[in-house]
Design a protein around this ligand. Structure first.
Ligand SMILES: Cc1cc2nc3c(=O)[nH]c(=O)nc-3n(C[C@H](O)[C@H](O)[C@H](O)COP(=O)(O)OP(=O)(O)OC[C@H]3O[C@@H](n4cnc5c(N)ncnc54)[C@H](O)[C@@H]3O)c2cc1C
Length: 506
């Protein structure tokens, strides 16, 4: 036992997106007291807030939904995990989103309006205003904030897990420069994605892969890290866009009839896939990249629909960013979602005792090598609830915490920024939409070197930005390692084929 100052709760949830909030709800309903620690200072600090298209449900055709998920994954999704998702979808959405939070999904003639997105074979997506995320996320935060037994700690980052002999006992939390051990009966990681590892991403800037790195450093299994999904239609304002200004143009826009045209004004998607603009994401992302390289630009032509009427928020955002959408929206692929993560079972249990992972930082097997649109909010909701219920009711046992408490918090100026810049360049050039198998070993060596430089600082300093950099470099190394170990080009892991070498003249 330790004589340090410390906090405790039955369940510590790290992250306040849909997955973390669902886990908190699951646990508090079981009678546990729950602490949600989140780096976010505003709801916008979670990808969940930014979700546009919506949340898929199975309606009356679960088998069809399962087939769509598996087809989009290039037949790599785990059928058992897909069963868990689809068979719990309607109940979870009804219970939490409709009955508990009373989310007012868009209606059509007094009934819920279901829409369709790329690679879905029927209309099954619930949505609000093409800004579904915030209409779920804000009421969810408010509901839990007012709930007895739940405490939400904003602007509080988990830096490291407290682990002893294969069991997790809590996490070291940093707030306002102070680091404190927080002991818990169970810890649920819900830290979201890894977008910040790439120069162009749809994710908010908290997405540095913290939960994946913390779990991996504690010894948990991590899987499928090579499957990084790039969204094909991310608006790039201005001359090729400032990467901080890019924003997602939801698949729902293509679902409603928008067309992709190359720099010569030609539609091209039919040459790449029979479903044209509604092909799976990985196919469209590769096509958009190729056409941009071949013809200079790709525009999303929204003239077939009443864009401003159907997507008023997006239309406003275009105008605010100086894009005249009537001339077409300039788009490019950008990092969007990680299909892999901390390996978990059907209740979000990792390979370490009392450690759970849910949402985008986890690898449930639902997405395989490529995610079907609008299944991520659902996965976070379903697995969050199940993990929270399972995590409840375990005893808290404070133990000796890692020695992070007495270190110098300062970092040399620009250290983190420079290292992040180097990391992003490798990820973009060697671990992006297309990967050259001959370059993956080099990418791994570069990232490993960078991680070594960061580790040297971590031994003597404890600032949040340094730990984010550490987590980003650990996560990047996992992506590079898994990518170099997987020689099969599948889904989002797209290996470029080399032309056979010319026979030599002699
Ligand atoms: C622009 C955009 C549009 C999208 N549209 C859709 C859609 O229409 N439908 C759909 O299904 N999916 C969509 N997605 C994907 C989906 O939104 C995310 O995959 C999902 O919301 C992830 O939820 P999460 O709870 O796992 O993570 P997030 O919502 O990203 O939350 C992660 C949380 O962890 C916190 N955190 C991170 N590290 C730490 C740490 N060390 N300590 C404490 N807190 C930490 C963050 O601050 C944040 O609160 C979209 C994503 C984006 C970015």
């Amino acid at each position: 036992m330790t004589d340090q100052n410390y906090e405790t709760s039955d369940v510590l949830v790290v992250g306040s997106g849909i997955a973390g909030l669902a886990a908190a709800l699951g646990a508090v309903r079981e009678g546990s007291d729950v602490t949600v620690a989140t780096k976010a200072t505003r709801p916008e600090g979670a990808s969940s807030w930014w979700a546009q298209g919506g949340i898929a449900v199975s309606r009356d055709h679960p088998e069809q939904f399962k087939q769509d998920i598996i087809a989009a994954s290039d037949d790599t999704a785990d059928p058992d995990a897909v069963d868990v998702l689809v068979e719990n979808a309607n109940d979870a959405v009804e219970d939490v989103l409709l009955d508990t939070l009373e989310v007012k999904f868009d209606e059509n003639g007094g009934d819920l309006d279901f829409t369709r997105e790329a690679a879905h074979s029927e209309d099954r997506i619930l949505h609000v205003d093409a800004a579904t995320g915030k209409h779920i996320h804000v009421p969810f935060l408010n509901y839990l904030d007012a709930h007895d037994g739940v405490e939400i700690l904003d602007d509080t980052a988990a830096l490291e897990l407290i682990r002893h002999e294969g069991r997790v006992h809590g996490a070291m939390l940093e707030s306002d420069g102070e680091v404190t051990p927080h002991y818990a009966g169970s810890v649920v990681l819900a830290t979201g994605g890894i977008g910040e590892l790439y120069p162009r991403t749809t994710n908010p800037d908290m997405a540095t892969g913290d939960g994946i790195a913390m779990a991996a450093l504690a010894g948990a299994d991590v899987e499928d890290m090579e499957y990084v999904q790039f969204h094909p239609t991310v608006a790039i304002p201005g001359e090729d866009g400032d990467d901080d200004d890019v924003f997602l143009v939801s698949e729902a826009v293509r679902g409603e009839g928008a067309l992709l045209r190359n720099g010569d004004g030609e539609r091209f998607m039919k040459e790449y896939h029979a479903d044209a603009e509604l092909a799976p994401r990985d196919v469209v992302a590769r096509a958009v990249k190729a056409e941009r390289e071949g013809t200079g630009e790709v525009l999303l032509d929204v003239s077939p629909l009443s864009f401003a009427a159907e997507f008023p928020g997006l239309a406003r955002r275009c105008t605010d960013h100086g894009i005249d959408y009537e001339d077409g929206i300039p788009v490019a692929p950008a990092e969007h979602f990680l299909c892999g993560g901390v390996a978990v079972d059907d209740r979000g249990r990792t390979t370490l005792d009392r450690l759970y992972a849910v949402g985008e930082c986890s690898r449930t097997g639902v997405h395989g090598a490529n995610r079907l649109a609008s299944t991520s909010l659902l996965e976070g909701l379903v697995w969050g609830l199940r993990a929270g219920e399972d995590a409840a009711g375990k005893g808290v046992e404070p133990i000796e915490a890692p020695d992070l408490l007495e270190r110098d918090p300062d970092l040399p100026a620009r250290f983190a920024g420079d290292k992040m810049h180097r990391l992003r360049r490798v990820m973009d050039e060697q671990l992006g939409v297309e990967r050259d198998p001959d370059e993956l070993g080099k990418a791994m060596a570069t990232v490993r070197r960078l991680k070594g430089e960061v580790d040297a600082y971590v031994r003597t300093r404890t600032s949040r930005s340094l730990y984010e950099l550490r987590h980003a470099s650990v996560t990047a190394l996992l992506v590079a390692r898994h990518a170099s170990e997987n020689t099969e080009s599948v889904g989002t892991h797209n290996l470029v084929e080399k032309a056979p070498a010319e026979p030599s003249a002699d």
